[in-house]
Ligand binder design. Sequence first.
Ligand SMILES: [Zn+2]
Ligand SMILES: [Zn+2]
Length: 574
Amino acid sequence: MFCLSTVRQATMTHMSESQKSDVSKREEATLAFWKEHQIFEKSVQKPAPLGEYVFYDGPPFATGLPHYGHILASVVKDAVPRYFTMRGYSVPRVWGWDCHGLPIENIVEKELGFKHKKDILEIGVAKFNELCRSKVFTYADEWKKVIPRIGRWADMEKPYFTMSRDFMESVWWAFKQIYDKGLVYEDYRSMHICPRCETTLSQSEVAEGYKDVKDLAVTAKFKVKNPEKLGLSGDVYVLAWTTTPWTLPGNVALAVGADIRYAAFQLSNPIESTREEGGASNEIIYGPMLICAQERVNDLVIAHKKVHTKTFSGLDLVGLEYEPLFDSYSSDANLKNKENGWKVYAADFVTTEDGTGVVHIAPAFGSDDMALGKKENLPFVQHVGMDGIIRPEVKELAGLSVKPIDDVQSTDVAVIKYLAEKGRLFSKEKYEHSYPHCWRCDTPLINYATSSWFVRIEDQKSALLKNAAPINWSPEHIKEGRWGKWLEGARDWSISRQRFWASVIPIWVCEKCKAKRVFGSAAELEEASGKKRLLLRRHFRPNSSRRVWTKRAHGFTTSTCSPHPSLEKTHSRM
Ligand SMILES: [Zn+2]
Ligand SMILES: [Zn+2]
């Protein structure tokens, strides 16, 4: 029906008639006939004994040119409705434009030479959003040429826009439906964020950006303060391995496996042991006592001689205290739960597959870490801002970006240097692994504790699987394979982005009692705010004395708790 060369020809308007292939000319004649006789319109309006076949089309962005991926999907989106039309259905096909989100924001940021989210706040969200709006249809005309040229039927004259008021209201309506079913919640948890875009991403966005990269892994030495608990004396260190050295200033605990066996051992000092003083003595001198999982000792220590001293169960290690690697937070007298920090705890996620069988715990930078932090009331130390910059409290590393896009290892190198100077470095190595990157700006993502709004998916999984069962897939293996596996592993869906050019999440939150009110339409909001013709935008703030939008992109709030009659309904339910 088409080939890529015909698409290319379609966009090469300067090509003369004589240069076109016969195939191309024949296609153009057919398209002209369809257009002249309104064949598509007639196919939708003709009698449809079987009624309507509903086709929902996820719209493309017009900020990029159509490419092979769009064309492939377009052929399927054309063939299926044609088939059902021929079977006796009417199949309206409404074209749409995706107008919101990071793809457009990133284009504007690039044009303005912006590097950080704060650049946007400086020029103002209203101005930024207007610039985004002006870019939405950059390549719409190219799409309007290519889509009909490949023979796809769609009504591109009356498209829908995700930025239109009607559409955003329909998003609000849908949001309220799922909210009222108890399927929406806000949570503070560890998720992948893009430090450049300064926003959380959904699981599927994260999955899009995995790349094999070389990182630096480090095994750090944590000096035990109470070795007598193990019947040991002198310098004793617990070894813990991490592939994210930049998280070490956020360390507040170490985790061991209760059932794992641990060994204390000493290594020969290679310089001392080879020095034979006048041949009189070849006594080997051993370094300080080191502790790691017994199973891991031989992998960790290859070049040295070693002596085993003792073995312990993980539970024996629980309660050991150690000196923090950095004193930025341990020296803070006001730090909450400080008394529980910098100790060894048992956790069931610890394995001996790699590393040392001891896990460095930084509750602000990992979901296991955060769960253990909550369970054991550990101090919460977030030494990095959402922009990926190390905070001033960490004097030694302040101002460094944890994963700078032009030199992703540089901060890890700085951490390793610091550890070496402090005598806390056991070893370092290059580590190749698959690591997620931002699908829009290519910045390495980081695991970061932050708040986000979620839709409950896990609770709905059995219904989802049941509804997915009758779907026909081609090729068939996708059903149980890529799609089925994705569905089975689906997690609660993070729907909020801490960004600007998007639909606003229609929630008011009372700052004092946290009562919420959700709006399913602009009319409801207008009634509650007493304002007419509201702009449903992030940068809009009603000048009400009682209610303001929060600075958070995902909601707005009432500035006072009482009286707020419009929230009474919500109150009565609490
Ligand atoms: Zn990004
Ligand atoms: Zn209240």
